[in-house]
Each structure stands twice: as C-alpha cells, then as structure tokens.
Design a protein around this ligand. Structure first.
Ligand code: S3P
Length: 427
C-alpha cells in the first residue's frame, strides 16, 4: 500500500474504536459471570474476535452485532471442555489471560495461535501458574504455544513478577479466582489495571497497593454493562499525525485516559505538544476524555524510561516516529519488552526509520533518535505487526517521497478502519 506526504492538514473529529485490552476483558469476565453482559463500542478487531471464538468453543453463547455484543455468562465454574484447539490468532492477551482461566478448570484444553504467537514467550506465565499447581506444557518444549493445559485445583501464591506486564499479572490473578487462598502479584512497575477495575466492577475483590494486586478466590461474578472507551493506543497515531502535519487540528472523542495507559500524553506534554483534554468523565470505572490535538511546530526531544514505559508500551513505535520529526534528541530506555511483541519492535522501528533517513541508533533496551531531519520515503515491511504498519503510515505523512508499506492489511488486528479514518481526516 502506498502513502504520500500529507498534502493538507488533518482536520475534523473522529470516534476511535473501542479499547482492545478492555474489549478482551469484557468478553472473558462476562463469560465467567452469571447473567448477561452487554458491551457497547466493542473493538471488532481480529484479536478480540479470537477471544470471542475461544469462549464460544467453551459453551458460552455470545451474540455479536454491530451495535453491541451480548455475553450470556456461565459463571466461574460453568465453562465446558472445548472439543477442538482454542485458536488465539495473533493475540498475546487472549493466549496469556485464557491460560490463567484454563489452569483452574476441571477439563483439559489446547491452545495455539499464528506464527507470531508461536514464537512469543509463554514461560513468563508457565512459571507462576506451575507454582500455583497448574499443569501447563509447551508442546514443542520451547516455552511457547501450542500449550496443553490440564485443569486442576490451584493454590494461592504471592508472585514477584520480573516483568511489568498486565498479561502476566492478569493471568495470575485470573488463576487466583480458582485458588484455595488469596493470590497476589507484585510487578517492578505498574502495568495497565483494567483487569483489577473490571473484575471488581463485576463483583470480585481485588485490592491494589503500589505495584501489588491481591485477589480473593471464588467470588460471585455478576454480568454487567460495559461501554468500552476509545483505545488510547489507537488514538496515538492521530495524535502524532496532528502534531506533525502543519495546520492540523483533530478532536478525538471519548478516549480512555486511565493513568496506567496515558504515558503517551505525558510524553507529548514534555515535548511541548498542544493537546487539550475536554469533557473528562468516567465510564464503567475507566476515566475518559475528548482530546483536542493541534499541530505543534517545534516539538522537542525527551527521555522516556522507567515506570513510564509500561504506561505507553504499545505507543513506543509511534513515539519514535514523532521523535524523528521533533528537534533534538529523544532517548528511550528500559523498553526491552518491545523485543517480544508481535514483532521485535525495537529492531523493526530502528531499521525502518533508518531507511527513511532518520539518524537513529538501537540500544540494548531502547533507541536514541536524533530528530529534526526531513524524512524520505522507503519500502517498509510491517512484519505483520499492526502497530508497525500504522506507525509508518503516519511517518509517511512527513516524508518527502512516497512510502510503500508491505502487508499493510494487518491493521485489522486492532483497528480495521484505520486507513479509512486517516483518509477521512485528510479530506
Ligand atoms: C495488554 C498488555 C500489554 C500490551 C498488549 C495488551 C493487555 O502486553 O502490550 O498490547 O491487554 O493486557 P504485556 O502485558 O505483555 O506488556
């Protein structure tokens, strides 16, 4: 797919599709609750559809219409054994969170996914789950999917996670619902807390102190209504585009601004960006706002590190693009987790931006970007990673010659109408 330098400013307002993390959790926790859960603004992306199909295979009736999805919950102990392999597609969230749930069932199950999922580390969940007494095996013996899980009674543990990962934390907390005593997880920095917020909203008892979350086992979960906020990770592309393209002014409606997810906004502020939050409110326990973003001519480089990293982990590729157009140097540290995402996002971003003429160095845990030079067009392979495709589509708006993105259609994972929305803002 070919992309050109922006001929016009980006203008207008846009409703960003539902948050991917929250959409996954609404299906999972609705399935484990009694009664019906109604979800509006659900993200109809391939990852969340994988979650729906896994739960349908375990006997959960889910009605999916464009207006809303209805999940007819089975209760904590009501799932039934799937009669075929659970296919998690490209979704790490599906694979890791479901593994926690499956570990405490009374049946056996197998799960797998696409080539990318089959190379992503599952040892990080197998270790704590095994300590809880789970019987989980990597069928190829490489700590990756395909996984076989033989559900059994679990023990509550305290787990000191070596990584700040909401997928690991959520996996252990979900297994903790089936344990014989409370389970807690401490992480090195706080990762997104949607599991804690939504499970409590459905009637669980999860307490959080600093970076430790503790779950009481065996709650009665009751289905509820969830209006999914717009995904700040999807908004990030239009935030960057509006900041970069002269004359732009874009209003992004109803975006989730949970403090465990809003690091991109804080970084943009440090770079001097003109972003205004309007209509701040709460929806289903999650803070939301409209974001008014205006072109900002002299953004400056910054440092992105430490506890900020988990709050913008999926936004680092687009932040690297933004930093390339800013004045001065941006340093990104402590971001080694990017190596084990849908692609090795550190390498792919450094190589792609280098091809576009950016002066950028990869480091062991991040990158150093010397911004301010004009970008030039290049041929970029998305590596089938949705966030890579979207980041380079935005980079091309600032490039002097056309950019070709290979396998660009992978945006369907998290934002199927991304290219249409981008075109709409350029009309
Ligand atoms: C997610 C957590 C993050 C994030 C992913 C979604 C979630 O992954 O990158 O896109 O929904 O819990 P990690 O927990 O592996 O950092």
């Amino acid at each position: 797919m070919e992309f050109q330098k922006a001929k016009k400013p980006l203008r207008g307002e846009i409703r960003i599709p539902g948050d991917k993390s929250i959409s996954h959790r609404a299906v999972m926790f609705g399935a484990l609750s009694l009664g019906t859960t109604e979800v509006t603004n659900f993200l109809q992306g391939a990852d969340c559809l994988s979650t729906i199909s896994c739960f349908q295979k375990m006997g959960v009736e889910i009605e999916n219409t464009p207006e809303r999805i209805l999940i007819h919950g089975k209760g904590l102990h009501g799932l039934s054994a799937p009669n075929s392999v659970l296919d998690c597609g490209n979704s790490g969230t599906t694979t890791r969170l479901i593994s926690g749930i499956l570990s405490g069932q009374t049946f056996e199950s197998d799960l797998t996914g696409d080539t990318s999922i089959q190379s992503r580390p599952m040892g990080r969940i197998m270790t704590p789950l095994s300590r809880m007494g789970a019987d989980i095996t990597s069928l190829k013996g490489n700590h990756c999917a395909p996984l076989h899980i033989n559900g059994r009674p679990l023990h509550g543990i305290h787990y000191n996670s070596p990584v700040a990962s909401a997928q690991v934390k959520s996996c252990v907390l979900l297994a903790g619902l089936y344990a014989d005593r409370p389970t807690s997880v401490t992480e090195p920095a706080l990762s997104r807390n949607h599991t804690e917020l939504m499970l409590n909203y459905f009637g669980a008892n999860i307490t959080s102190h600093d970076t430790t979350a503790t779950v009481e086992p065996n709650p009665s979960l009751i289905g509820s209504q969830i209006h999914v906020p717009g995904d700040i990770s999807s908004s990030a592309y239009f935030i960057a585009a509006a900041l970069m393209v002269p004359g732009s002014e874009v209003l992004l409606l109803n975006v989730g601004i949970n403090p465990t997810r809003d690091g991109m906004l804080r970084v943009c502020q440090a770079m001097g960006a003109d972003i205004e939050l309007r209509n701040v409110s709460t929806s289903g326990g999650e803070p939301v706002a409209d974001l008014l973003v205006r072109y900002t001519p002299s953004l400056k480089g910054t440092t992105i590190e430490g506890a900020l990293i988990p709050t913008l982990i999926d936004e680092i590729p687009i932040l690297a693009v933004l930093a390339s157009t800013a004045n001065g140097t941006t340093v990104i540290r402590n971001a080694e987790e990017l190596k084990v995402k849908e692609s090795n996002r550190l390498d792919v971003m450094v190589n792609g931006l280098t091809a576009m003429g950016v002066s950028i160095e990869g480091t062991d845990d991040g990158m150093i970007i010397h911004g301010g030079q004009e970008l030039k067009g290049a041929v970029i392979d998305s590596m089938l990673d949705h966030r890579i495709a979207m980041s380079f589509a935005i980079a091309s708006l600032a490039a002097s010659s056309p950019t070709q993105i290979l396998r660009a259609e992978c945006v369907n994972i998290s934002y199927p109408q991304f290219y249409r929305d981008l075109a709409k803002l350029q009309k």
